[in-house]
Design a protein around this ligand. Sequence first.
Ligand SMILES: [Zn+2]
Length: 53
Amino acid sequence: MLTIVCGHCGYVLYEGNELKMLNEVVREYANVCPKCGKTLKPSAQNIRILRGK
Ligand SMILES: [Zn+2]
């Protein structure tokens, strides 16, 4: 399971088993977090990737 969350507020941007490109995920949200309204960039400072089972 792959979870990609907003690095600012923890909003779950993507959750699933498919490996996704970060820039694809942020583009789906027009580079803005729908919860906190901050700009999302496909980088470790802006987005957190959690891996688990
Ligand atoms: Zn956010």
